[in-house]
Write a protein that binds this ligand. Structure first.
Ligand SMILES: *[C@@H]1O[C@H](CO)[C@@H](O)[C@H](O)[C@H]1NC(C)=O
Ligand SMILES: *[C@@H]1O[C@H](CO)[C@@H](O)[C@H](O)[C@H]1NC(C)=O
Ligand SMILES: *[C@@H]1O[C@H](CO)[C@@H](O)[C@H](O)[C@H]1NC(C)=O
Ligand SMILES: *[C@@H]1O[C@H](CO)[C@@H](O)[C@H](O)[C@H]1NC(C)=O
Ligand SMILES: *[C@@H]1O[C@H](CO)[C@@H](O)[C@H](O)[C@H]1NC(C)=O
Length: 372
């Protein structure tokens, strides 16, 4: 006989596990209670499910259009910058959100994904005026919002029709802005210098939230940036023998502080927006702490603690990463991507995204106020 206390303990354990593990997207998951009819996503490579590789020949020539990208879940490249599913896939569940630029007759009844890998929060011309070059795409946040406008103009008869239709929808405004900083920091602009564009990036995100609310959004998630100082691309680019610049997780402190600086600004912007739109639910998506959770619970989550800093797909250096030989055709891939957090040095593995989503849903569910 199993005693009542053991049963209670076991059921508590199972409940807590079910919060941590958002497993296969087909399974019932906690967001089900929100009953979102549609999801609309704006963003960059963290959430692109196929726009970049379909938008132009430059996109189609990126490694994201080819294996080993997609090898684990789809057994083929889909344009997702990972070996498998992204956080938006775990959030949406089945059917997955179709990319706006998808070639075949896509079904947009469950929403649309407007995110483009490589895109920025600020328009390309504005960045160029700061000597920051956006090399992959010009489809910045404002371009994506234009696509959204076109989409809603063609699917709603009037604005009121859209407002009514979008009552049960979720809008994801980001993560976006990470590339504005990548394109400045990686070529060598100082953190101090890049801090000057943070208010502009945050203002662009704030305006995007205002626009989606104008279209009819009533639930909006606005994710912040990752602790970029833990990513192989930054660890490699700014590698140093000075141990004082690394934190307890062997991440670059100054870069993580920069991410926090952006996130603090973003949170203040969200606070302002909540005052401006008291009837709209606006929730900060804490990607920073969701990612740190992976590092701090790596062993328990099944990651290989001896190579937490290493990219699964890549070659060279202390981090299995080289800026001149990035993941793509012909480069070695680790034998078990599920034991790695970083997929290609820039993006995460499906397993990492799965656990991050579990953490985020646990963190955001009550804030989304779905039961009211
Ligand atoms: C794999 O994806 C490519 C485009 O990225 C497509 O042309 C091809 O048909 C796909 N293959 C399979 C087996 O689905
Ligand atoms: C972005 O726009 C500029 C100016 O129109 C163009 O020269 C450039 O090729 C575009 N970049 C991409 C990646 O499409
Ligand atoms: C959508 O419709 C509105 C109102 O008619 C208009 O102002 C806007 O320019 C349209 N958007 C696009 C992208 O056509
Ligand atoms: C670190 O120290 C080693 C040995 O002193 C040296 O060879 C290497 O170039 C140094 N690396 C950096 C990034 O300064
Ligand atoms: C790193 O690169 C090597 C090839 O140099 C590869 O065999 C290995 O699986 C890669 N991944 C990790 C996490 O070490």
């Amino acid at each position: 006989m199993v005693s009542g206390r053991v049963l209670l303990f076991l059921s508590m354990f199972i409940v807590s596990l079910s919060f941590v593990f958002v497993s296969h997207p087909c399974n019932a998951h906690p967001l089900k209670i929100c009953n979102f009819h549609e999801i609309y996503q704006l963003g960059d490579s963290i959430s692109d499910t196929g726009n970049l590789i379909h938008e132009n020949p430059i996109g189609a020539a990126t490694p994201f259009a080819h294996l080993p990208y997609g090898e684990t879940f789809f057994k083929n490249a889909t344009g997702r910058c990972s070996n498998g599913l992204l956080m938006i896939d775990y959030i949406a569940g089945l059917p997955f959100l179709n990319p706006y630029k998808s070639t075949d007759d896509a079904d947009f009844r469950h929403g649309v994904n407007f995110a483009v890998a490589g895109s920025t929060a600020l328009p390309t011309e504005i960045l160029a005026s700061e000597n920051i070059l956006s090399p992959v795409t010009n489809s910045s946040l404002s371009v994506q919002l234009g696509w959204m406008s076109t989409h809603f103009n063609s699917t709603c008869k009037t604005r009121g029709d859209c407002v009514e239709k979008l009552k049960n929808s979720l809008f994801m405004v980001g993560e976006i802005g990470g590339n504005d900083y990548n394109y400045a920091l990686l070529p060598g602009k100082s953190i101090e210098e890049v801090k000057k564009i943070v208010p502009n990036v945050v203002e662009a995100i704030k305006n995007a939230v205002r626009r989606v609310i104008h279209y009819g959004a009533v639930r909006v998630i606005v994710p912040g940036n990752f602790p970029i100082g833990c990513f192989p691309i930054y660890l490699t680019r700014f590698q140093t023998n000075d141990t004082a610049v690394y934190d307890e997780d062997q991440c670059l402190k100054e870069l993580n502080d920069f991410s926090k600086y952006h996130n603090d600004n973003l949170r203040r912007a969200i606070k302002d927006l909540k005052n401006e739109f008291p009837n709209v639910v606006i929730v900060y998506g804490d990607y920073y702490h969701a990612f740190r959770f992976l590092f701090q619970n790596a062993w328990y989550l099944g990651f290989d603690v001896m190579s937490l800093q290493k990219a699964c797909c890549g070659i060279g250096g202390n981090y299995n990463f080289s800026l001149t030989r990035m993941c793509g055709a012909g480069l070695p891939v680790c034998s078990n991507p599920n034991q790695h957090i970083s997929w290609d040095g820039v993006h995460l593995t499906q397993e990492a995204y799965k656990f991050m989503t579990g953490w985020l849903i646990r963190n955001m569910l009550h804030k989304l106020q779905c039961s009211v």
